[in-house]
Design a protein around this ligand. Structure first.
Ligand code: MLT
Length: 303
């Protein structure tokens, strides 16, 4: 019987279905740090994680029976992919389960930024009535620059088109879509966009992809939305650009270090911040949970 370690909690209905698979021995053990995972992992044939558990090289080196790592979610930056590949361990994720979940979040962040909703909420809770101070702008007829045109990026594009926005996008591959999206170079996007929304995985090639040089090329008063990965944007460069006024506002769900230790960016009055909740909607988590069950059934169960 294959042994499955669920190291981060799954959607309860999906977890129940997983437990009901008679030839899988499923253990739920969450909140493990690296040392505990190193001690625990040798017993298991598959491990399921969301984003809290980091499947590091040390954990993978200790994994004597591991065949499969399943990420309930999209980003694989909490798994040492190189180490898994070297050991012939398969890695799977749920790439489409949370497309709408994250794209709706990005859109919410965008609307919050142009209409100052974060500041408005804080100011009302201080019993103030700051109508004049909180004047914003529309999305209609503005140019949205989407960096990264995977499922989420293109779903944001679709929503933006429905709002009457012009959509331009940058990707390193040819963008495959019937939508009215103009594929442009990164420089072109940076100079033309009123709002820039990031939809990139974090890797060695995307880390600090948006830094001082990129901010320098942007329009005055640009708005930044990031619901992808914190490390894609150089947070110091973003803070400097907010301070200089180059960036009018930033809505951020993701950080270079999570949970953050340095709050200087988050504390900036023009930043609206949320704690990496882009994929945290019940429908998306349910889809991701059942996709994990399907992957485990296909790969680990004889059924
Ligand atoms: C993902 O990559 O699926 C999302 O960012 C969700 C997460 O990491 O919590």
């Amino acid at each position: 019987m294959k042994k499955i370690l669920v190291a981060d909690a799954l959607n309860p209905e999906a977890f129940e279905e997983l437990q009901a698979i008679s030839d899988l021995d499923v253990t739920l053990k969450t909140g493990m740090d690296e040392q505990e995972l190193v001690r625990t992992i040798p017993d298991y044939n598959a491990v399921v994680v969301r984003s809290a558990t980091k499947v590091t090289k040390n954990a993978i080196d200790a994994a004597t029976n591991l065949e499969l790592i399943v990420r309930a979610g999209i980003g694989l930056d909490n798994i040492d992919l190189e180490a898994a590949k070297d050991k012939g361990i398969q890695v799977a994720n749920t790439p489409s389960a949370t497309t709408y979940t994250v794209s709706e979040m990005a859109f919410g962040l965008m609307l919050s930024a142009v209409r100052n909703l974060g500041q408005a909420n804080l100011s009302m809770k201080e019993h103030k009535w700051e109508k004049k101070l909180l004047k914003g702008s529309e999305l209609f007829e503005k140019t949205l620059g989407i960096i990264g045109s995977g499922r989420i990026g293109l779903d944001v594009a679709k929503k933006a088109l429905a709002f009457g926005m012009k959509v331009i996008a940058f990707d390193v591959v040819d963008i495959q879509t019937d939508l009215d999206v103009e594929q442009v170079s990164l420089d072109d996007l940076l100079t033309r966009a009123n709002i820039i929304s990031l939809h990139l995985p974090l890797s060695d090639s995307t880390r600090h992809m948006i830094s001082s040089d990129e901010f320098a090329k942007m329009k005055e008063g640009v708005i930044i939305v990031n619901a992808s990965r914190g490390g894609v944007v150089d947070e110091t460069a973003l803070l400097n650009s907010l301070e200089s006024g180059k960036v009018r506002a930033a809505s951020i769900d993701v950080y270079e270090k999570e949970p953050p230790v340095d709050f200087s960016l988050i504390d900036h009055p023009k930043v609206m911040a949320s704690p990496h909740i882009g994929a945290a909607a019940s429908e998306g988590q349910k889809r991701a949970g059942f996709e994990v069950v399907r992957i485990l059934k296909e790969n680990m169960s004889g059924r």
